[in-house]
Design a protein around this ligand. Structure first.
Ligand code: KIV
Ligand code: ZN
Length: 393
């Protein structure tokens, strides 16, 4: 893996489908299922795979051991609270990993300090220092996450980052745990912490955005603008509540709008995106909505006559990326009430029917009548229609 600093044109992709994603209600996976998914993630080209939270369950410990033996290229990470027992369990679980990373987290926001942790600022700083140092005593690759960073006072967040860096963390993650922030705000947060925390130039800053307001991808991109060089998220955006940042969307934004985003590259084999998404949908039994960007069934489907006409002349008129580049076979011209004659004619020609102008006029009228009865007209419907036309000749 390319290990980026804050100056290189490479965005590290940290996939948490198997940890935060799995926390999505109804998305739990068995260790063998996690292994299948981890292999697919490695093929897709993610840099870091977070396999689970070993202190939380035997299943997560088993999954880590299984994946550690079989998946050797990406960094494998596990999550751990700032507790000595969690860290010991996590380190043991990571023994199988070729490239282990321990991901330690603690809440930093006033709300969490007061109501969840019942800790003062000083106690939080002391715990971060103690537990990151302890983790670093076992492993070189330590990530520290300041949970609920986006609702934390900026001066305190900066201090927390500084303490974690001094204690040996090499990645500092500033999560938008509850999907509360906005692009402008998160950009400014990263800029501030990176500019003011001592040692910030020696570590990679990471963004981890939740999607409660539908802003996870936009916020992650703004975090990159603010200096983050690792993006955390999941396939199909699965995760707690409304989910995490959808990694397939980040990969394609950076590819399609490459010039705008400084030529940053994710290292994804983007043709693996749709197969990986579909694998996850099958494993967890949670289909994505048809209009989901990139991986939804309608992402490259065109129905309106004007769009289909444009597409038939030049696909760039209504497609900003090629479906083949993300793993779909092709675009789809869906024939329905909004379709025009050009699309019907093109489909008929593909099915082997070359019609004269008058014939086409008649078939198109019949097609329109059929659209009053059903939403979509399939190839089989067109064939039936053509048989009817020729038998009435
Ligand atoms: O959303 C969050 O803050 C997290 C951390 C544990 C990284 O998932
Ligand atoms: Zn999260």
């Amino acid at each position: 893996m390319n290990t980026p600093t804050n100056n290189t044109p490479r965005i590290t992709i940290f996939d948490t489908t198997l940890r935060d994603g799995e926390q999505s209600p109804g998305c739990s996976m068995t260790p063998p299922q996690k292994l299948v998914m981890a292999r697919a993630l490695a093929e897709l080209g993610v840099d870091v795979i977070e396999t689970g939270f070993p202190a939380s369950s035997q299943s997560d410990r088993d999954a880590m051991a299984l994946i550690g033996r079989e998946v050797r290229q990406p960094v494998l990470a596990v999550l751990s609270r700032c507790l000595a027992g969690d860290i010991e369990t996590s380190v043991k679980a990571l023994e199988a990993a070729a490239r282990p990373r321990l991901h330690v987290f603690l809440s930093t926001s006033p709300l969490h300090r007061e109501h969840k942790l019942r800790m003062s600022r000083e106690q939080v700083l002391e715990s971060v220092h103690r537990h990151v140092s302890m983790a670093r005593g076992y492993l070189d690759d330590i990530e520290f996450s300041a949970e609920d960073a986006t609702r934390t006072e900026l001066d305190f967040l900066t201090e927390v980052a500084q303490v974690a860096i001094a204690a040996g963390a090499s990645t500092i993650n500033l999560p938008d745990t509850v999907g509360f922030t906005t692009p402008e705000e998160i950009r400014a947060m990263f800029q501030h912490v990176i500019a003011n925390a001592a040692g910030a130039d020696k570590v990679v800053f990471s963004t981890h955005c939740h999607n409660d307001l539908g802003l996870a991808v936009a916020n992650s991109l703004a975090a990159i603008e603010g200096g983050a060089r690792q993006v955390e998220g999941s396939i199909n955006g699965i995760g707690e509540r409304a989910g995490n940042c959808a990694l397939e969307e980040i990969a394609m934004v950076l590819k399609v709008r490459n010039a705008f985003y400084n030529n940053f590259d994710t290292g994804f084999d983007t043709r693996r995106i749709v197969p990986t998404s579909q694998l996850l949908q099958r494993l967890v039994g949670m289909p994505v909505q048809r209009n989901k960007a990139i991986v939804g069934a309608n992402a490259f489907a065109h129905e309106s006559g004007i769009h289909q006409h444009g597409m038939l002349r030049n696909r760039n008129t209504y497609e900003i990326m090629r479906p083949e580049d993300v793993g779909w076979e092709s675009s789809q011209m869906v024939l329905g009430r909004h379709s025009g004659r050009a699309a019907v004619e093109a489909r008929l020609r593909a099915l082997g029917y070359l019609l004269e102008e008058e014939e086409l006029k008649l078939v198109f009228e019949q097609f329109k009548a059929l659209c009053e009865q059903q939403r979509v007209v399939t190839d089989a419907d067109l064939q039936t229609l053509m048989q009817g036309t020729s038998s009435s000749d």
